[in-house]
Design a protein around this ligand. Structure first.
Ligand code: SF4
Length: 253
């Protein structure tokens, strides 16, 4: 696997529900076609030249050395550290990345830093042995695996992904589901209720619209569509005592 070196890793994020984050990989073999915001930014700022380069991830080889120095500086300041906002910590078939992500989580937890994980890969069951305050999340924008392959070609099968989350839930871990970026019906006609029922065991659901894709605005009633979906998520969560968050810009006038 290709490598790169970084001088620093932990930083405060401007992302709506984030606090601190770190990205120990550049690129992501899941190669999402929503498109992926992290890829767009990496391309704009000259970190990668093409999609082909993006889907061949480079690992930050000095991650553990940098963390060793940084963690004491951030102890007590971080309420939740997110893995990751611009790559995927449990990338499919990337053993080195998965192993490093586990090690990062262990080291952060050892300093009482609670972590929140989001993946389109599979969550390892060994996560249940870590701090029970950690939160483990997966993205689920569809239950149709053909559509999943089109949008998230290198990611895990959707049923397997949900199964890995459920296994952690059954071990008493906190779990969450990100239904974002949710596609409009001109991408795929699907029943949001079925998706919600498929993840009804989770502790929290985050719902958000799709951005940066012209096909969304080609669906004339997209604003009304997202308003209805958001309302459906809220009433589903309220009925079942599930925490929820509707991303900014999803509800409109
Ligand atoms: S999993 Fe996340 S980081 Fe990876 S390509 Fe998909 S959207 Fe981008």
């Amino acid at each position: 696997m290709n490598e790169l070196f970084r001088k620093s890793l932990i930083y405060k994020t401007g992302v709506e529900y984030g606090d601190y984050t770190l990205n120990h990989v550049l690129g992501c073999s899941h190669g999402c076609n929503y498109p992926c915001y992290a890829y767009q930014m990496a391309k704009r700022f000259g970190k990668v030249k093409s999609y082909d380069e993006w889907i061949k991830p480079k690992i930050v080889a000095n991650t553990l050395e940098v963390l060793e120095k940084e963690i004491p500086k951030f102890e007590g300041k971080i309420s939740v550290l997110n893995l990751c906002f611009s790559t995927d910590p449990f990338m499919m078939n990337q053993d080195k990345i998965i192993e490093l992500s586990m090690e990062i989580l262990k080291r952060l937890n050892a300093h009482d830093i609670v972590c929140s994980v989001l993946t389109k890969g599979l969550l390892p069951i060994e996560l249940e042995k870590l701090n029970k305050k950690n939160q483990y999340g997966i993205t689920v924008i569809t239950l149709d695996d053909d559509f999943r392959k089109k949008m998230e070609p290198g990611a895990s099968q959707i049923n397997e992904r949900i199964k890995s989350l459920r296994a952690l839930h059954e071990k008493g871990c906190k779990t969450w589901v990100s239904i974002e970026p949710y596609p409009t019906p001109n991408f795929i006609k699907q029943n949001l209720k079925e998706i919600l029922e498929g993840v009804n065991f989770t502790d929290k659901i985050i719902f958000g619209r799709m951005h940066y894709n012209k096909q969304v605005s080609m669906y004339k009633e997209y604003k009304q569509f997202y308003n209805q979906c958001a309302e459906e998520v809220i009433s589903f969560c309220n009925e079942r005592n599930i925490e929820y968050h509707i991303k900014k810009g999803t509800f409109t006038e």
